[in-house]
Design a protein around this ligand. Sequence first.
Ligand code: CA
Length: 200
Amino acid sequence: MSKLSKGLARALASLAGAASISLWLGAAQAQIIDGKPLDDAAVSQMKPGLAVIYFSHFFRHIDELVEWESYKEGKPGDPITEINYDVGEGAVLTSGIKNGIGARMDGYIFFEKAGDYAFAFESNDGIRLEIDGQMVVEDPDVHGDRFSDIGMILVQQPGWYPIRMRYFERKNTSTLRFYWQTPDFEGGTMPLVPGEVLKH
Ligand SMILES: [Ca+2]
């Protein structure tokens, strides 16, 4: 994505009445999700929210967290359900830790229908989202509260698909909000991704 369109996506995402996002999305490149969704037997075994592993370090970039994971074990935390955190200087996600923490969240996300889905974050600090093994959207470095670009996917078959999210908070305040737009979206602000579509 060019610098100009990146700026445009941010500006649109931050508009309160963001009906204009729909216009923008028509021009964005969707990644095609053409893997097989999870089978029914596996779905019946799943628990609410995303599983999470925490890594204690003052990260500066998501790539650094990925590298850290390759030789550190990390510490599991309570699952992450609705991703709607604006905690100021408080504890990050379910870690109980306020600063210098990275999180890798894994599980499945439910797409009720085939069609176009869009995703965006409000984050402080870095975030990266992968769905079915494909990188969809990221804002991977140290920054204050801001909106990410919008990432789009085209789901060919409804069902549950693997989702992986990496996030870190370096210091001071932290924020993480996860928004989407489903094929039924009728305009307005992008809603939060509801907790019930995330399992592990
Ligand atoms: Ca911060």
